[in-house]
Design a protein around this ligand. Structure first.
Ligand code: HEC
Length: 161
């Protein structure tokens, strides 16, 4: 290959890369800075600790936190009924990282705290042995968590309004 051809290819590649970055990364943020919605959660310190436990224990392998429009009022996985309002970008403005997840072995948890039965005590009993409150549940037990982790994790779940 001649020298100028290599130069054109190199410059061309970088130019394409730059245009791609601007369009997919910079422009969306610049055009639409989402405003916090009523579901945007600004976690306190204990809830943040709980989120770390959530991440560490791999809860997000089985649970998403993103309700799609087609699911609203329909319910998914095992749960009859609603799993909450549709998620919009403004719900996540204070979240870094976001816990969207990829896979649903269990229900979406975006609005887990708004379920009629959800209390901190219910979550602790459920986490210790899901079968206690949901007979036949395939969710693993998390009774190995120490009291501090269990407390923080259930606080985190109760923050998911
Ligand atoms: C192997 C997959 C799996 C993992 C890992 C898992 N879960 Fe679950 N989870 C489920 C399934 C299935 C259900 C539905 C049955 C039930 O309620 O026990 C569920 C239900 C739940 C519910 C009740 C949701 C509702 O709508 O009532 C909560 C809250 C929950 N999980 C939290 C967690 C947390 C927190 C962790 C991590 C510590 C976790 N799960 C890890 C599979 C999983």
């Amino acid at each position: 290959m001649k020298q100028p051809t290599i130069l054109y290819l190199t410059v061309g590649s970088f130019a394409f890369l730059a245009v791609g970055l601007v369009i997919t990364v910079w422009l969306p943020g610049y055009l639409k800075d989402p405003q916090p919605t009523e579901f945007a959660i600004d976690y306190n310190d204990v809830e943040l600790e709980g989120r770390d436990v959530y991440i560490r224990e791999g809860c997000w392998y089985c649970h998403t936190q993103q309700v799609r429009s087609i699911e609203v009022d329909v319910g998914t996985v095992w749960l009859k009924g609603d799993i909450g309002p549709e998620s919009v970008p403004g719900d996540y403005v204070y979240q870094k990282p976001v816990m969207w997840g990829t896979n649903r072995q269990g229900p979406d948890l975006s609005h887990a705290a708004s379920r009629p039965y959800a209390t901190k005590e219910w979550h602790i009993i459920h986490l210790e042995d899901p079968d206690n409150v949901v007979p036949g549940s395939i969710m693993p037990s998390f009774e190995h968590l120490n009291d501090g982790d269990m407390d923080a994790l259930s606080d985190y779940l109760m923050a998911l309004k």
